[in-house]
Design a binder for this molecule. Structure first.
Ligand SMILES: Nc1ncnc2c1ncn2[C@@H]1O[C@H](COP(=O)(O)OP(=O)(O)OP(=O)(O)O)[C@@H](O)[C@H]1O
Ligand SMILES: [Mg+2]
Length: 374
């Protein structure tokens, strides 16, 4: 006979299972709650990161457009001299100088500070900063060659102004006694009429005084800023005064002077300065012609210009001299200062006029001076 199965009481186990299930449900509900919170946090963080990324990309866009538009060369290198960043100006510097010279320039200033670097006749100013993380350096470089030149010119101008003031003071002191000497010598010449050798001596005094006067005027004009007071005058007025003043010198060399100025022609210029122009050009002509030589002055007036020409039968001016004629201190004369034509040029430019020279280099020279008709 089969054995009747034993009845097992499983109610205890069931209860434990139910309890475990309840605990599991509770934990899972809690987890779910936490998960929701975490998910919200994660979403917030994601949004923050996206926001930061956006800000970062805006900033880097801004930074690269600042670098691209900068007139300075900006570049950064790491500790192994690898270029980390360079803007378009840096590219053009590299192209102009070559990579080797460019890198040499950076390497020779690997220390924070400001340096001037001379290269190929140019001056570069480098501002160097540390790039901590990369153990490298950031460089901002500018080509200051032009600025340096201007600075040099400014210093030279300042010196010239000082020289001008000094020269003006000296000239003032010299001119007064000179005027008296010239006057007394002229009076003496009148008194000595008939006395050939006496007259010759007094003429030499007047001539010497006038030469000194002309040198002083040139130095003053060279160092001082030109201030124009232009007026319309007959060309003849300007020339006549000068010719009278230089007549002693012409007589001494038996120069044949031909005045072809048209009495109706006019020039618009600063009277005193224009006289200085004629004086310097005619003075050169007198010095260039041989004894018994010829000097001719003509005038012209057409359209919007008027002026005069001075032609002499002198030594002529060589081509090489013609090229540097208006540059200060260019002279072929033992006692010349080389300022005469530089001043002529300065005065004519101040009037917006023009000067040209024509010569065969051996037997004649012709200067043409023109002023705009206002
Ligand atoms: N008419 C001319 N004929 C020949 N050479 C001339 C003539 N005019 C100028 N020159 C040349 O040009 C040079 C420069 O002339 P510029 O008048 O500037 O100086 P300079 O006459 O030498 O000295 P200064 O300062 O005393 O005038 C002269 O030294 C001379 O060689
Ligand atoms: Mg001269």
């Amino acid at each position: 006979m089969a054995e009747k199965p034993e009845k097992v009481d499983k109610s205890g186990e069931m209860e434990m299972l139910a309890q475990a299930f309840a605990a599991f449900s509770e934990a899972s509900a809690k987890l779910e709650e936490k998960y929701v919170i975490i998910e919200e946090e994660a979403k917030k963080l994601r949004e923050e990161v996206e926001d930061k990324n956006l800000q970062l990309s805006k900033l880097s866009g801004l930074l690269s457009s600042v670098l691209d538009n900068s007139n300075s060369c900006v570049t950064a290198i790491d500790g192994q001299d690898n270029i980390l960043v360079k803007n378009p100006v840096a590219d053009s510097f590299i192209q102009e100088l070559g990579m080797d010279l460019f890198m040499d320039m950076l390497r020779s200033h690997e220390k924070p500070g400001v340096y001037d670097h001379e290269l190929d006749g140019r001056t570069f100013r480098l501002s160097v900063g540390l790039l901590d993380e990369q153990k490298g350096f950031v460089f901002v470089i500018n080509d200051i060659t032009h600025m340096k030149k201007l600075e040099g010119e400014r210093q030279r101008d300042e010196k010239l102004v000082l020289m001008g003031e000094m020269a003006a003071n000296i000239a003032h002191e010299i001119r007064n006694p000179l005027g008296s000497i010239e006057l007394f010598a002229s009076l003496l010449e009148r008194d000595l009429k008939g006395d050939e050798s006496g007259t010759k001596l007094t003429r030499s005094i007047v001539k010497g005084v006038r030469t000194i006067n002309s040198i002083i005027s040139n130095i003053l004009l060279f160092t001082k800023e030109i201030k124009l007071e232009p007026i319309r005058r007959h060309t003849a007025d300007v020339v006549d005064d000068v010719i009278l003043y230089l007549s002693h010198l012409m007589k001494d060399k038996n120069i044949k002077f031909i005045n072809n100025i048209d009495e109706d022609h006019m020039v618009c210029c600063d009277f005193e300065l224009c006289k200085q122009v004629v004086m310097n050009i005619v003075h050169n002509a007198i010095e260039a012609v041989p004894d018994g030589g010829k000097i001719i002055i003509d005038s012209f007036q057409s359209g919007d210009v008027s002026g005069f020409t001075v032609t002499d039968s002198g030594t002529g001016i060589s081509e090489s001299m013609r090229k540097k004629l208006f540059i200060p201190f260019q002279t072929t004369k033992a006692k010349g200062t080389g300022l005469g034509l530089a001043i002529v040029y300065k005065i004519i430019k101040a009037h917006n006029g023009a000067i040209s020279v024509d010569s065969d280099g051996t037997s004649y020279t012709k200067f043409t001076v023109e002023f705009p008709v206002k």
